[in-house]
Write a new protein. Sequence first.
Length: 230
Amino acid sequence: MSNEAVAPANIASYIDHTLLKPEASEADILKVCAEAVEYQFKSVCVNPVWVKTVTKALKGSGVLTCSVIGFPLGATPTDVKAFEARGAVLDGANEIDMVINMASARANDKGALVDDIRAVAETVHAGEAILKVIIETSMLTDEQKVLACQAAVEAGADFVKTSTGFNGGGATVEDVALMRTTVGPDLGVKASGGVRSLADAQAMIAAGATRIGASSGIAIVKGEQGSSAY
């Protein structure tokens, strides 16, 4: 946790520039890629169908390709999540954001969570990519959030992430702080869902976030107010 606000000039390096709307066109995707290169965001995060397109568009730019797995419900069988993740990595994804099995989290079944996450983590790491685990904080109690974060650590994930942005609710400073306290100083924490302004992003980073997922990345770096919920 930091008490110093991240300068606007440096905030872009925290942002996963995101377009996950199912109706997004190739032109929309390429526009987001061009924006990410211009502003030097950390990554472009898209649905798996666009990974090849994004990887090609970002080649040589230093901006990473990120994709989502089991998205947005997390209610996909574990072997299917692992298969989907393998395909995304083979298509060029450097980072994978997977949604946990929410039923397991709400049932306090840590073992099932660990098994679900570990299968994807092993697949992703075999492809030399990193795994972020979306715990969908708005659907969990604080105790369940802690359990999900503990499962992510035990399963070998690289990040925990607050939200999909599609299931109601988004990142809060309180949730980010709880997640940071739970996972310790070494695991990444990604705040996503409802981060629309520079002040929002700085507050999340001060609470312990090391990455911001947002479709309002340009507004954030410009100090303006974004309009999109994700």
